[in-house]
Design a protein. Sequence first.
Length: 474
Amino acid sequence: MSSSQIAQKIIVYTLLVALGLTACLPSSTDPHLVSGSEPSRPDTSGGGGWIDWGGEGGWTNDDRRAMSEAGDEVMVEKEVAASAEASAPAEAGAPAEAGAPKSAPVPAPTPMPDPTMVPGQSQSPLRAGEVDDNAEWDDYLLYRLAYAGPTVHDRDVSERYIIAVNDQDGNPLLDAGVTVYAGNEPVFSGRTYASGQVLFFPKALGVSDGVTSFRVVTEKDDVRGEATLVRGETYQLTLNLAHTGRDPGEPVSLDVLFLIDSTGSMADEIDKLQGSIREIAARIDRLPGQPRARFAMTIYRDRGDLFVSRTFDFTPDVSLFHEALAQVEAEGGGDYPESLNEALHRAIYAPEWRGQDAVQLIFLVADAPPHLDYAQDYDYALEMENAAEQGIKIFPIASSGLDEQGEYIFRQIAQFTQGRFVFLTYAGPANSGAPGDETTHHVEDYSVENLDDLLVSLVEEELAYQNPQLARVQ
């Protein structure tokens, strides 16, 4: 090697080391990694793009090896990046109010069998059913009482109050702030969904049984209303505000995030989603009133995999979103549970949700529950509370092989955020194999349709609360 080549390599190495050291310093643009607070919001232009990933490493270990073999400079860069990662605070960790988490040891994985593939399965459209546990409330409470599976992070939702907020014409008011007081102490706050509703669970919040009534205050654009909720008597409370509501001619703002488990067992579901997302988005765009739709995604795996989570920010450009989703490949996992706790936190806090006057939905597509054995991890139960507080509704979609614990957790998340528990159906008798109309989940009285049609109809139902044209055809 010539002296000039050696000099060039020294310069490259020095620059990369400098970059690596800079990466180890606390970042002013992401205080979440230093203080444990919420991650900073990206630019509000809604242009999409990966928030926390620059394209390095690819999607599989084969991609990473190919990049490593590209040259000495690439190897140097990866060594510096690894050093920086070891020095920086770990992203997976305690809830937002706690300090920055540290890496926890990764338990030895329990090997999982390869997914059972049926000839022609990948060519068949996915089929799915859904249940609304808030609508079938007594059945849901009985299901909870009968549960005898593995440990979950439960919330006592047995005492439920529905608080509805309407405008001056009696229409549901979206994104109204609701605060519930026990005496002068606020015990709950949230934002109304498109239905104009929030759910209040005093037992889940640890409110003393000695509190016999609550003061409910709601506000929207400086228009305020107040009412009293008598505990044990008024299970549904409606407040009518002197608010003009939405302009019926104005398109509804819609943010849809796909939260996708991309471990190896999810290859078939990801392949189907990649093939249908463009048509799903086009159908949503063609709905009466043409909603102002944006799409985002959080892709996740598990600790010890190539990555834990990656988030693509909201964009109205369906082609750009489709191109990014088309790059996603399934790999990793190893043991059965995955890092859903962290992924749900990232889905809520990393992308730029519009918040104000927007319908906000998450479709969680997964075949495994979260790890509940990781030290210093986020907590899905806390994250579902955060989602409800911000007016984000979650629709978990149970994919092949989801066990009893996973079903309970997915239904918890859906019920608490007023979503639906969606489940893929199969030819039977197990929750795997070729698409069909059967399920082993603990559900009754459900109908089955193609997953694409079901997703569009769920979005349409949410928009119909705020769109008179859609409401007339529902």
